[in-house]
Design a protein around this ligand. Structure first.
Ligand code: IMP
Length: 503
């Protein structure tokens, strides 16, 4: 006879937090969102903690190098997508690791042969008025000069004029060398009255640019997630097939953490993958695993040595796994069950294995619920896909700006992989869709606003840290009628868009 889990399986929207006593210290500014990322023994500290409980999903439409840099700047971590060649993935990891905080990699680079008209078009598209000129037009090409808006007058100059005729050439530029610190670069900018300082290596290849305005911005990112060498931290997705060739490249590139990306983690394949990684490199190479939705799956992966365990099957916004395969569990119920298992495991073995709630976060308050239910951190796809920093283009759909967002199990993602792997990976059926999500501006502004709400909720529960929230939170299931009561009701909204503005 099959096993039947008692009770129903619920989603986040079916729960609410009942506020607890909050003392006068309970204000958002006093809240710390620091949280463990990797397993640790009782009485010890985790090797890696996040400064905010957010990771970005291992997806083509979410986690590339720009996302990696932007999220680490805010204190979270991206997991670069693994559905690409190992070399391409390693290059993305390297580009996050090579990015020096405050050293900008230009996305508007010129070649000497481009025309003034093309420069103007690029300026209009990116909004950048300072553009490096390199031999190949790439951000890390050999530096030949710089163009700023002081170098041309659009009303008077011939649009066909070539960049090499009006750029400030390399020999007239003050540059920083590859060992320059951000502080020193800033001093040079001030002493020489510059707006920007290009930084080059010994062969004059461009490494980045320090802008006068960015130094202060850098100082205002107190949560930056940095490694021991002050480089941004970044994770990388792996699979259970090519890890023997992929993992060495990712580690060489500087990946701080690996994570097996799979919709179903309770498997011998994951055990083999984790054993190979720890057997080859020791416990200092960290690897997360998943996804699971119950205590049995958690215990299996914890015993395999997973550094953190992801929870969630079928709850992702682009996911149709439940419809196609009939597997999964309501995200809230799965999370509560797994977090209980994590606490029991800790009591029994003295080892704490962090739990990540993956998929199904729609409203900001779902994050507060996930943390209250026991999650140490979240993995978010749809949420991050909406920002400037996701790898997809912003498109205008019927007058509204959108970003594209597609599942890793969609035809689109697998087609891409098939193209890369020369037809090796065959798509038998789809587990994800291709979609749009409403464009939401910069990651920084979005994350700040979301986390302010999370901190406020924590204060209402009398908690100043995530572990305290997990101890003190009082949760209640809500009836379908009270869900209606929770939104604006029985009034005529003046602004019809208001109902989606909470997201
Ligand atoms: P979201 O935050 O609700 O958009 O969910 C993102 C999560 O959905 C990812 O982290 C994956 O766990 C999961 N996911 C990504 N692509 C697919 C897919 O094609 N099918 C099913 N689940 C997916």
């Amino acid at each position: 006879m099959a096993t039947f889990f008692p009770g129903e399986s619920h989603t986040f929207s079916e729960y609410l937090l009942v506020p607890g006593y909050s003392s006068q210290e309970c204000v958002p500014d006093n809240v710390s969102l620091k949280t463990p990322l990797t397993r640790f023994r009782a009485g010890e500290q985790p090797a890696i903690s996040l400064n905010i409980p957010m990771t970005s999903a291992i997806m083509q439409s979410v986690s590339g190098e720009s996302m990696g840099i932007a999220l680490a700047t805010e204190g979270g971590m991206s997991f670069i997508y693994g559905s690409q060649s190992s070399e391409d993935e390693a290059a993305m990891v390297k580009s996050v690791k090579d990015h020096k905080a405050g050293f900008v990699i230009s996305d508007s680079t010129l070649t000497p042969g481009m025309t003034l008209a093309e420069v103007m078009q690029l300026k209009m598209r990116t909004g950048h008025s300072t553009m490096p000129v390199t031999d190949d037009g790439l951000a890390h090409g050999k530096l030949l000069g710089i163009v700023t808006s002081r170098d041309y007058r659009p009303s008077r100059d011939d649009p066909a004029k070539r960049v090499e005729e009006f750029m400030t050439p390399r020999e007239k530029l003050i540059v920083g060398d590859e060992h320059i610190t951000l502080k020193r670069a800033n001093d040079v900018i001030w002493d020489s009255k510059l707006n920007a300082l290009p930084v080059v290596d010994a062969s004059d290849y461009l490494l980045g640019i320090v802008f006068r305005k960015d130094y202060d911005a850098h100082k205002t990112n107190p949560n930056e997630l940095l490694d021991a060498n002050k480089r941004y931290m970044v994770g990388a997705g792996i699979n259970t097939r090519d890890y023997e060739t992929r993992v060495p490249l990712l580690l060489d590139a500087g990946a701080d953490v690996l994570c097996i990306d799979s919709s179903e983690g309770y498997s011998e394949w994951q055990k083999r993958t984790i054993s190979w990684i720890h057997g080859t490199y020791g416990e200092d190479v960290h690897v997360g695993a998943g996804n699971v939705v119950d205590a049995e799956g958690f215990r299996f992966l914890a015993d395999c040595g997973a550094d953190f365990i992801k929870v969630g099957i079928g709850g992702g916004s682009i996911c149709i796994t439940r419809e196609t395969k009939g597997i999964g569990r309501g995200q809230a119920t799965a999370l509560i069950d797994v977090c209980r298992a994590r606490d029991e495991y800790f009591k029994e073995k003295g080892v704490y294995v962090p739990v990540c709630s993956d998929g199904g976060i729609v409203y900001d308050y779902h994050m507060s619920l996930a943390l209250a239910m026991g999650a140490d951190f979240m993995m978010l796809g749809r949420y991050f896909a909406r920002f400037d920093e996701s790898p997809t283009a912003r498109v205008n759909v019927n007058g509204q700006y959108m970003k594209e967002y597609w599942g890793e199990g969609s035809v689109r993602a697998r087609n891409w992989q098939r193209y890369d792997l020369g037809g090796a990976a065959k798509l038998s059926f789809e587990e994800g869709v291709d979609s749009y999500v409403p464009y939401a501006g910069s990651l920084k502004a979005g994350v700040e606003s979301t986390l302010y709400k999370v901190k406020s909720t924590m204060c209402n529960c009398g908690a100043l840290t995530i572990p305290e929230l997990q101890q003190k939170a009082r949760l209640t299931l809500v009836s379908s009628t009270s869900i209606i009561e929770g939104g604006a009701h029985d009034v005529v909204l003046k602004d019809h868009n208001q109902s989606i503005s909470y997201r």
